[in-house]
Design a protein around this ligand. Structure first.
Ligand SMILES: Nc1ncnc2c1ncn2[C@@H]1O[C@H](COP(=O)(O)OP(=O)(O)OP(=O)(O)O)[C@@H](O)[C@H]1O
Ligand SMILES: [Mg+2]
Length: 457
């Protein structure tokens, strides 16, 4: 069932559950009030008859004109002696004559049924001195009461119909106001689902209600999906491009080898070297891509407490023999403890150090800094630097400042993307500062984690 129908039924049901009992209560109290009024009026008539006439006159046979003067519509008035015999009787409604007369020495007034009709019976004792000599009986059919109750039912039915009509139109209007934007959203979402095309919901609502926020959130989600799809496409095209270039080189050299390889030994050596270099390159990219995919999915870190100073020293010792450029380590303390994944931090250090070794002129400085909640690693080189307009993209996958130069240095543009993923897994930050031909600085901040406090260092 649609929410629209549910809302409509709910508001209608709520109104009906209020109106129906209310009308019954009104009907009950109004009818009680009218019956009491009618009984009171008949009692007054009875009192008038008894007070204005003597018991003798009332009980004297054939004295009907006396009672006639008091006879209201649809009524019977009679006087009854102690033996329940009728002495005088006047009526303008023949059917009451069949109602059995009854002597009563106490006053009585009540509502009864006779021949399936409601009747009011009033009995008043007729006294002579202190002796009760008869009963004045008035039987009346409350036709006016019936009519006014009939009018009441008609009015309440009309009011109920009016209220139901207003409720139906009100709830329909409300449903349209509330749910037509929702229906529009559902239609657009279905269109997106079938066409797989990213679209946004219209945001022309003036009031910033829940529906506005829903559409706003949906549009933000669409933007993010669009961005991630674009990044994914870009990544696939970049990765394919990387492999395509290497494969083209390999294909070119192998076809040269097929044609001339056996005759020209120089060409043979060059071709084998090129194919070997490209194979290494492709292997390097494949490993890096696998690593990135693992970092994307692996949320578990194998955390341990270790000394960052010794790890930096080990990493530097590993790289130093590969280059003539000097790597220096500066630390505020001989031991700086951190809780992190040691293997990943080792790999993280290798990435900017490898870059620095590629691009530095003479020297690379590694500064460690201790802050209350974080440890900072700053890696500075005196190399060619990175133009400021390229810096925002430096952590993107396959991004290289100078593609031809990077090819010579063997770079694939994945190193810094991997570094960023490792840092983010450790809830740290990484940033780069650089000036062309002045040098580059990589600043990594890693949280010490709450098991440590700064006073230790
Ligand atoms: N210290 C630096 N000095 C100058 N340029 C740098 C420095 N570090 C990075 N770059 C530039 O940023 C680019 C991206 O670096 P990144 O480490 O991500 O990739 P790469 O070194 O080319 O390849 P690899 O994936 O093998 O590391 C490099 O190609 C280079 O142009
Ligand atoms: Mg690199």
């Amino acid at each position: 069932m649609k929410i629209k129908t549910k809302a409509f039924l709910l508001s209608f049901g709520l109104l009906a559950s209020i109106l129906i009992p209310l009308f019954f209560v009104i009907y009950y109290f109004y009818s009680q009030y009218e019956i009491e009024e009618e009984i009171e009026s008949l009692q007054q008539t009875a009192n008038e008859i008894i007070s204005h006439n003597s018991s003798m006159d009332l009980l004297q046979m054939e004295n009907n004109p006396l009672l006639n003067a008091y006879l209201p519509n649809h009524t019977l008035i009679r006087t009854i002696d102690p033996s329940s015999a009728v002495r005088n009787q006047v009526s303008n409604s023949n059917e009451f004559a069949a109602f059995p007369p009854q002597f009563m020495n106490t006053p009585q007034a009540y509502l009864d049924r006779f021949q399936d009709e409601a009747i009011i019976i009033v009995r008043s004792p007729i006294t002579s001195g202190t002796e009760i000599v008869g009963t004045l009986e008035i039987i009346s059919e409350p036709r006016e009461l019936e009519q006014s109750l009939y009018h009441l039912i008609m009015i309440t039915c009309l009011v109920a119909l009016g209220a139901i009509f207003i409720s139906i139109s009100g709830s329909l209007l409300l449903a349209r106001l509330l749910f037509s934007p929702l229906s529009r959203m559902i239609t657009i979402m279905k269109e997106i689902e079938t066409s797989m095309e990213i679209r946004k919901l219209p945001m022309n609502r003036k009031s910033k209600d829940e529906l506005y926020h829903l559409a706003d959130t949906f549009n933000h989600m669409m933007e993010r999906i669009q961005m991630s799809m674009r990044k994914q496409r870009q990544f696939i095209s970049d990765a394919s491009h990387e492999f395509k270039t290497s494969l083209t080189i390999i294909e070119g050299y192998t076809s040269l080898l097929q044609r001339w390889g056996y005759e020209k030994i120089d060409l043979c050596t060059e071709a084998i070297a090129a194919v070997h270099a490209e194979s290494i390159r492709m292997k390097h990219i494949t490993y890096q891509l696998l690593e990135l995919a693992e970092l994307d999915h692996e949320s578990k870190l194998s955390l341990s407490v270790f000394d960052l100073v010794s790890l930096c020293r080990e990493t530097i010792q590993l790289l130093q023999p590969l280059s003539t450029k000097e790597i220096r380590l500066f630390t505020p303390s001989p031991i700086l403890e951190i809780e992190a994944d040691r293997l990943q931090i080792h790999q993280l250090l290798l990435i900017p150090l490898d870059n620095a070794l590629k691009y530095a002129k003479q020297r690379i400085d590694v500064h460690l800094e201790s802050h209350p909640s974080h440890l900072y690693i700053r890696i500075l080189d005196d190399g060619i630097g990175i133009p400021s307009d390229e810096l925002p993209f430096i952590f993107e996958r396959f991004y290289r400042v100078d593609r031809s130069r990077s090819r010579q240095t063997g770079g694939s543009g994945l190193g810094l993307a991997i570094a960023k993923s490792i840092v983010e897994l450790h809830q740290g930050t990484i940033q780069m500062k650089s000036e062309r031909n002045q040098g580059t600085e990589v600043i990594i901040a890693l949280p010490r984690k709450k098991t440590f406090n700064s006073s230790k260092n």
